[in-house]
Design a protein around this ligand. Sequence first.
Ligand SMILES: C[S@@+](CC[C@H](N)C(=O)[O-])C[C@H]1O[C@@H](n2cnc3c(N)ncnc32)[C@H](O)[C@@H]1O
Length: 508
Amino acid sequence: MSYEALNISALRLNDANPRILKEKRFTQLVQSLIDFPEMMRLRPTVVDEDGVVLGGNMRTRAKQHLLSLPEGEKEHRIERAVAARNIPEGDSAAAQDYTNELRLLLFGEEVPVVRALGLTPELKQQFIIKDNTSFGEWDFDMLANGDWPNAAILEGWGMDIPPGWGDDDAAPSDSPAGSLAERFIVPPFSVLDTRQGYWQERKNVWKERIGDNGESRNGTLRRSASGDDPSYYRQKSKAEKQLGRELTKEEFEADHYKRTTKLAQGVSLLDPVLAELVVRWFGLEGGAAFDCFAGDSVFGFVAAASGMSFTGIELRQEQADLNQSRTDSEELPARYICDDGRNVGEHLALESQDLLFSCPPYFDLEVYSDKANDASNQGTYAEFLAILRDALTSSVGCLKENRFAVITVGDVREKKSSGYYGFPADITAIMRAAGLHYYNELILVEMAGNAAIRAGQQMKHRKPVKTHQQVLVFYKGDPRAIKTHFPEIEYDAEDLESFAVDTPGESE
Ligand SMILES: C[S@@+](CC[C@H](N)C(=O)[O-])C[C@H]1O[C@@H](n2cnc3c(N)ncnc32)[C@H](O)[C@@H]1O
């Protein structure tokens, strides 16, 4: 028997090893190597004289997988692993040592091995079976009542947890104390009430920090309404179709001015508290978030300020530039790319992202530009939906396995019939066709604003004023394994203070 370091290319996976690992377990194994890379040294891979792996076949596969990751992703995983190690703040030498250790053990070409020399074929077989067999049993009472981590963590360490065991550790001994609102910032119910005091206070903090008032969308159409512009005539005929008659140049420009002035005054901005919840509930600290219809600065800014890097694709250059300048001014890890969201796959590698969050245009409810590929500027709902289908399907391809995609939508009424198009259902169908599970529907209740004034008029048509949007949550992967991929949600005292948490209902 001899200990040595072998280049991974010299190891030969043992095809005759009958031990297999399903995808979920493989992902857990990869994570377990990242969490505790020292295991590679403490339990070296066992090889025979020809470099055939007798013990550690799956670990070798996991290491090959880690080596195949893009360089940026490797660095990213190292950063996350260092952050997860609880190295005392300021101990940069310890952080650097651990970073080097991770580089070597996870992403270095060498593998610590122990060579088993002189085993007969029969002894090699015995070794493979015995190495993977456990004679003992777990004392689950001791695990539940002793000083052991909860079931989710043990499962993440590779333990087989009996069905039902650990389900009742809703308040495990190591969970942060406090109300639901304290632990999750807003109560984790399917109705998110933006009218509450805790929500509005938090929103104001973000708004002040981000400083986005939707100004880059003001009058975009108005500026480009000119006979030199090829889209001028398309806009004009669209307006004529809507009004049901031909328009003179002057009439069109006046109508255009009116429409775009309204647009300038009324642009909707994503709620930053919603953005923060999406990052904290469905994102991963240290991971990569993206949006194929980025729009304003809110999501990118909040994601990048909350521990995720961010990539936003936005069709309008001025919006992308403005967003970039805002995140750059705080040196946040966000980048904005001016392009059609359908080209997202040209900017992001397949299965490289940890969270998709998007608030796409709601058909032509707000028209953002007169660009031919602006989803909000299509002649028909079907054309609009086709753009969303392509962009979202490509986006799903960029999302890693076992990650969330969150799409905020509000239904839109057909002009002629006044009936809904069924936009949320169409988005759900698109995401499911792309292979995702439809996992949660959250209702975002909004401030009523002038709803009371509009209600009288609308109720003549039996149309209660809409004061909500839907936040549709999808999952790529097996939702039953979510708790092995996502850590428990905890908040520190600073979070709670800045959120000025109060219990729901108290602050209306
Ligand atoms: C609803 S906004 C984005 C949502 C944002 N959170 C907001 O409330 O402003 C939609 C954005 O999609 C952009 N957009 C429209 N068509 C696009 C396309 N084909 N590719 C990328 N972005 C597009 C528009 O310019 C607009 O900024």
